[in-house]
Design a protein around this ligand. Sequence first.
Ligand SMILES: Cc1cc2nc3c(=O)[nH]c(=O)nc-3n(C[C@H](O)[C@H](O)[C@H](O)COP(=O)(O)OP(=O)(O)OC[C@H]3O[C@@H](n4cnc5c(N)ncnc54)[C@H](O)[C@@H]3O)c2cc1C
Length: 480
Amino acid sequence: MSDNLAENKATTQCRLGEHAVVIGGSMVGLLTARVLSDYFERVTIFEADTPPDEAVPRKGVPQGSHAHVLMAGGADVMRKYFPDIHDDLVAAGAEYGDPTLNWRVSIGGRWTPRIASGMGTYVMSRPLLEAMARKHTVAIANIDSRVATAVSGYTYDDSKTSVTGLTLEQNGETIAADFVADVSGRNSKASSWIKAMGFASPERSNVGVDVGYVGYVTFEVAEPPGNERDWSMLCVTQKAIPEDTRIGGIFYKEGGRYLVAATGCHKDYAPTDWPGFVAYMKELPYSSVYDVIKDLQPLGEAKVYRYASYLRRHYERLQDFPKRLVVLGDAMCSFNPVYGQGMTVAAKEAEHLHACLQQCLESGGLDKVAQPFFKGAAKLVDAAWDGTTVEDFRYPQTRGERPRGYGLAKWLNRKFFALSATDDEFGVAFIKVLGLVEPPESLLKPKYLLKALFARMPEHDREPSFMPEAIQAEVKLAKV
Ligand SMILES: Cc1cc2nc3c(=O)[nH]c(=O)nc-3n(C[C@H](O)[C@H](O)[C@H](O)COP(=O)(O)OP(=O)(O)OC[C@H]3O[C@@H](n4cnc5c(N)ncnc54)[C@H](O)[C@@H]3O)c2cc1C
């Protein structure tokens, strides 16, 4: 545990209330429970699903069969709250390393620089990360977890201004709580539940990208014979032109397995039969993924995840909101998953909740958490949402509300991509922003802006040369 956090826990524990409840026991619900455990005597997580003991996909999180990238910014937060998770993840087979070295990624038609950045994160399956987060959460003495227990609504006081707990779906039992965190995922009913209390529903930003009628298509494959790889993740994304709609990648997964994934937006469907899927990979701007998989056979049928749009609920814009309630994770904003931001932004929201609770402790009690929480969380969401939504709107078919300053942001994005192709220092700074380690403002330095003004995107980039040391490179654990 970092010194600050240890000190914080010792001085604040149990001070804000007796009982806090968390709706949803997935990645972000677990982290939220961990945060709340510093401020409440006891915390109960209510999870509709029955998460298995093993690291395997589960019904309540259908996206768990698909590759999940954990950005370095998210890995830092996980280690801050679960200091021993690093050793457990690595022992269970996760690969830890510097993403600018061991992620071979082509973004917008160019390969990201392969020079050490000092960042560190893991490549593994999503179920492994969640299983480890669960192990470390339930080990905390004042956290209780009730599985197979769906929540059907909030309870509230007579004046309908403050949430006082929740109701369970199975038997209508009510559970009293001083504080409720709704972390129930994209299909969260929080907006209709607060409406039942007389509050307005939040405005929505709904961006339609039609990531294939068949959505994500993922096959699992075994270790290729004699496999020599210099990556934990190898991914070819679209060129920065409206005609290019495809992404393909292969992702290491613990147990000597790999996930091979394809997405095509605006109904450029990836086939679900293996020969068609392999042919789809051949047509990407670089043949790198195709070259790895062309002689392999999948270990089973394709897994498919469909979605037409991604969704942000603007709780920060509401004038009034129930006291003693917050909504976070996908329940507040589910991003376009192809950019791999969801878990990391949500982890930062949980960290921000920690700061807001500390503030309440010092200045005013639980009634004042919601507004500062949503204002700060919106900034965290903006940092990821604005840059990637700009990318999605380069397709004329994309539906929805364009981000603020769209024209300028699109121009700047193009210039930044171009500069990152030729300037290693900027390339690393750029990846740190994409990895949600540094804020977007860190790129707005005069020296970068001046260079960006004259930067031109190379016509065609060279594939990086084989670099076996990339996945063995010792990466110091970042200080959290
Ligand atoms: C195909 C796909 C690929 C993705 N890839 C990435 C990636 O590469 N990197 C990344 O960071 N993110 C990725 N994401 C996003 C990521 O999965 C989410 O951001 C993350 O899971 C959000 O976690 P959460 O805890 O908020 O919600 P969820 O993981 O959706 O969990 C919600 C939980 O709430 C429970 N629940 C729901 N309703 C109730 C109820 N009424 N009562 C009790 N429990 C309830 C559910 O059972 C579930 O366990 C991807 C998403 C998709 C769809």
